[in-house]
Design a protein around this ligand. Structure first.
Ligand code: BES
Ligand code: MN
Ligand code: ZN
Length: 498
């Protein structure tokens, strides 16, 4: 998909635009949007509404050809709901319908002239992002590992967004939207790849390629170096696997060298069998998605690389497999983490926190402005929040309240929302072990919270937030596939820090 944004006004009219198709909005109250009025010189649109050929309901469409006075070959009428007070839901439904119609056209280019400025509570930048991300999603394919490819996407490949005016801000909004959509595409591709292909080594190679493309400094620490760093907790998870672990560090230095960076830490379990505490068979294939935190760090790096964001950002990915074997960590084994705390591994399936805690200790060396970890950490987060919101956890002093507010706002702005859950000392009681400093699971109840509290023990030296994306990173069932979340939230959070 190729996007551009262009201003149409009284001189450079939308009716005189030469293109395969122009999409314009109509409403259930039979009113026409400004752009629709420009194509109603012969009364065809008014007649279509009057006759009931199109209702104006959000997502209804009608394709007209040979419209009086139009230079475009076709005009696509798109319903935008009850009236000109456009809801977010109506707008996204209408975009979906527009893209579906575009895919069936015998035209390669089109203009979307929907009223991007009229969405209640939203601005032009939001509408541009909504269109660009939906367009990417509409042509996204999951046939990379099929011998017979799915039919190639057809129809419109080049979309022009019609704006009232175009200034530098508008152009930046489009560039940011494309960067976020491209970042999401990478995150989805990595998530969907089977675990025999998308190994820790594959993630490291992807990071190296990003480094070449965007000039990031990349470092991949191997087992020997991890041993020297005393990452006993991370390494305990890799014991049962034949795949070498990779600890990947990416650096984007977009600001002054002395500026404290934001550090993103991703859980990169390329397959989670549960280890000796092995998972049940049904749906275990979905544990190939247990590296979606890592994939969202790589996707966000692609986005900030494309935007050349004026911010220092460090990405850390702790990548390995969690497998059972004769060498695997056993329930009850006690390991020593990089910061010296000993951990009783009561359940080898609570492995995410074991890899993250050492990555979070490693993050200290960057003297970060803030650290955000992203992890498919707990099934309990799906019980708590379903698939709509990622779980957000922070401490609750002033600095952390501010960070939580920033992340929640970025999620809202990007339509990639998070919901806050608590971190309190009381939950730490649940992690007590008779034999080590900490157990890796809590007593029953609040499993997402005790997981976050476990991590909290390793983040006392900086401002930190934890995102549990177990419910939001991928979809199950017939539409199984990675979502690309929370790349929009993370990218928006970083953009807003510049
Ligand atoms: N990767 C899983 C969490 C998960 C499970 C995410 C299902 C999405 C869907 C994680 O490593 C895990 O197994 N967590 C355990 C923790 C428990 C042993 C305390 C869980 O959620 O069951
Ligand atoms: Mn697990
Ligand atoms: Zn896991």
């Amino acid at each position: 998909m190729d996007f551009s944004i262009k201003a149409f006004d009284t001189k450079n009219t939308i009716a005189s635009a030469k293109t395969g198709c122009v999409a314009v909005a109509v409403y259930e109250n039979k009113k026409l949007s400004l752009a629709a009025r420009a194509f109603d010189q012969g009364g065809e649109i008014t007649a279509a509404l009057k006759s009931g050929d199109i209702t104006g309901k959000a997502g209804s469409t009608l394709l007209l050809r040979g419209v009086t006075g139009a230079k475009a070959e076709r005009v696509l009428l798109v319903g935008l709901g009850a009236d000109e007070d456009v809801s977010e839901k109506s707008f996204t439904t209408a975009i979906g319908a527009t893209l579906k119609a575009f895919a069936q056209l015998g035209a390669a280019d089109a203009i979307i002239a929907l009223p991007m400025m009229e969405v209640k509570g939203r601005d032009l930048a939001w509408a541009v992002r909504a269109i660009v991300c939906a367009a990417h999603e509409s042509v996204f394919r999951t046939d990379g590992q099929k011998s017979k490819k799915d039919p190639a996407p057809t129809g419109v490949r080049k979309i022009t967004l019609a704006a009232d005016f175009v200034d530098s801000k508008t152009k930046i909004a489009l560039a940011q939207a494309e960067a976020i959509a491209n970042g999401m595409d990478l995150t989805k591709e990595l998530g969907n790849l089977s675990a025999n292909v998308c190994t820790p080594t594959y993630l490291a190679n992807t990071a190296k390629k990003l480094g070449k493309d965007y000039g990031f400094d990349i470092e991949v620490l191997e087992r020997k170096q991890l041993e020297a760093l005393k990452m006993g907790s991370f390494l305990s998870v890799t014991n049962g696997s034949e795949e070498p672990p990779k600890f990947i560090v990416l650096k984007h230095m977009g600001a002054k060298k002395s500026d404290a960076p934001v550090v993103l830490v991703g859980k990169g379990i390329t397959f989670d069998t549960g280890g000796i505490s092995i998972k049940p068979g049904p749906a275990m294939d979905e544990m190939k998605y247990d590296m979606c935190g890592a994939a969202s760090v790589l996707g966000t790096f692609r986005a900030i690389g494309e935007m050349n964001l004026k911010l220092n950002v460090v990405g850390i990915i702790a990548a390995c497999e969690n497998m059972p074997s004769g060498r695997a960590t056993k329930p009850g084994d006690i390991v020593t983490s990089m910061n010296g705390l000993t951990i009783e591994v009561l359940n080898t399936d609570a492995e995410g926190r074991l890899v993250l805690c050492d990555a979070l200790t490693y993050a200290e060396r960057f003297k970060p402005a803030a650290v955000v970890d992203i992890a498919t950490l707990t099934g309990a987060c799906i019980v708590a929040l379903g698939h709509h919101n990622s779980g957000l956890f922070t401490r609750s002093d002033d600095a952390h309240e501010a960070l939580a507010a920033e992340l929640l706002a970025a999620g809202k702005e990007a339509s990639d929302t998070a919901w806050r859950l608590p971190i309190e000392e009381a939950y730490n009681e649940q992690l007590k072990s008779n034999f080590a400093d900490l157990g890796n699971i809590g007593t029953p109840g609040g499993a997402s919270v005790t997981a976050a509290c476990f991590l909290e023990n390793f983040t006392r030296n900086y401002t930190w937030a934890h995102l549990d994306i177990a419910g939001t990173a991928w979809k199950s069932g017939g539409a199984k596939g990675a979502t690309g979340r929370p790349v929009p939230l993370l990218s928006t959070f970083l953009i807003n820090r510049t």
